[in-house]
Write a protein that binds this ligand. Sequence first.
Ligand SMILES: [Zn+2]
Ligand SMILES: [Zn+2]
Length: 626
Amino acid sequence: MINRDEIARVLPHDVVFQDTFRTYAGPEDLRYATGKATIRPSKEIRVGSKQDFVIKFAVGGGGIEPGGSVKFALPRTWSQPQMDDPDDPGYVEGYCGAGPMEVRLSQWEPIEWYVTAHVHTRLEQGDVIRLEYRNVVVQKFPQTEWNNWRNHLEVFVSKTAGGPHRPMERESRYELEILAGPPAKLRVIVPARSKVGEETSVRLAFLDEFDNPPHEMFEGEVKLGLEPSGGEVPGAVEFTKEDGNCKEVGGLKLGKEGVFFVTAETADGTIRTRSNPTDCKTEGWKEFIYFGDTHSHTGMSDSLGTPDEFFAHAKRVAGADLIAIVDHNHYETSTVDRPWQKWMTPEQWREIGDSVKRWNEPGRFVTILGVEEAKTTMGHRNILYPNDEQPLNNQAGTEELWNFLKGKRALVVAHHSLNGVNWDDFHPEFEKVVEVYSMWGSSEYAGNPVWDKPVTGMSVQEILATGAKVGFTGGSDCHHGQPDVNSHPSRFTNIYYKGGVTAVIVPELTREAVFSAMERRRCYATTGERIVLEFTVNGHQMGEEIEAKKGEKRVVKVRALGTGAIAVIDVVKNNANAFGHKGSGEVEEFEWVDEKGERETDYYYARVTQEDGAMAWSSPIWVSVK
Ligand SMILES: [Zn+2]
Ligand SMILES: [Zn+2]
């Protein structure tokens, strides 16, 4: 049996859950509240819209004693409830026709907030507490399933003063439907590297205003073009309802060398866009660049949706080449229906593994099995595996993790390192890359402009300064089931950067090639855009450890193809900006010669910043004196 302190430990972030469930000895002790809760409006609410909600709770059998209370948990992704100004967003007011009542707000910022109605006289069955919650700007991502503490919409009832707050049974709780918007954007993805005369495909996906898959289906024609001219593209693509807003068409054939973009425009001209760049060479390429999200969650832990929905989104909507499913293995699986579940179950892990296996398609779409371990003393670590059948580690602790991984092939990826990550127990056998960017922002260095939270951990530069030879990855850490392309802000009120991706440089698109590229740091991170980045020192590729003679020059070469105009490309040497190249267009190439080394081992990497704020970071190259 789980004791109360254990529950508090298991559910440390959640005030409602703590207050509610620590009162019970275990599942067999849990009783549901009686009564019925409704919310209006409840259907077809659009993402990002402004709403006035009325929540009604009808008291159930046994009534509520004076001193009892009803807690309304409100989604943290909506306007923060306030009682100061009726004209401001999130104004709340409570009424009860049957007797005096007092409404109070409580919150544990930024994780959650709720409104509690304290009852001063006895309420009988059928009496109604009415809560108005006005001028509410609702979340920006679609959601129909509310059974998860990451985005509460629940009612908890205490029938007596100081009594336990009981959750309501599913049938008595309210349901709510947040729908995506109509098609407002078009995403166009082409291969980053192509060969003259060889046919490749174009992936198209409509998105709503907030980058969600739209609720309505686009029907009609999309005209494609090439910029600059010099090849063939299908002139027009017809979208029908059955296409579900996503389509992959062949027929892209480039006639000469160069950097090309595919343009797309709806027949009425309301949506116009352009693809990522494709780099075309006559002789083709020995290595290709593929993109995808290596850190994102599903409803198997604290996100939304099934693993199959996750992969369908990555493949069809995002047009991703590779994708890692990385759910939490621990308590955040908790929901109102299974509050005592501490760890991912073997059944859930098997379901994830089966889905990873089913969706893997060498040459087109590589899936990677992963799991997030946030219960180490070193901070959050993602474990990525090279195959889809692995045992599940469901124990907390750093030592336990290293013991579990002994003899296995795996990558351990620290993420949002500025937030709580330390490097005390660094394990070079597994820690070959770190996630430099995600929805949390950039952890590159403390004080960088793409991080807005207190610094409680180590930056990537501090990690490099320890001598750790780690390459860079990017991920989303999306918690609403949209890997790679996601609405933002996310299911956290305090996270609003867009998701990042990892680019891998590989001879072929297979799981082995992708995994091995990350092991060898032949990868780089971007803020989500398909930016092409080439980085060499003395002819050696990113991720390599090379030697140079004492006093030997280091020739640093950078080539970047932006998705927009490039503002600056910095070469970073031993954590300092050593050289800055000002950009003027989308294609930038330069050479910088470092006359000599400074240390026994110097390390260099490149940072691209576009005028629109998009960024990319190459993995470093380490140069040691012979
Ligand atoms: Zn995490
Ligand atoms: Zn995560």
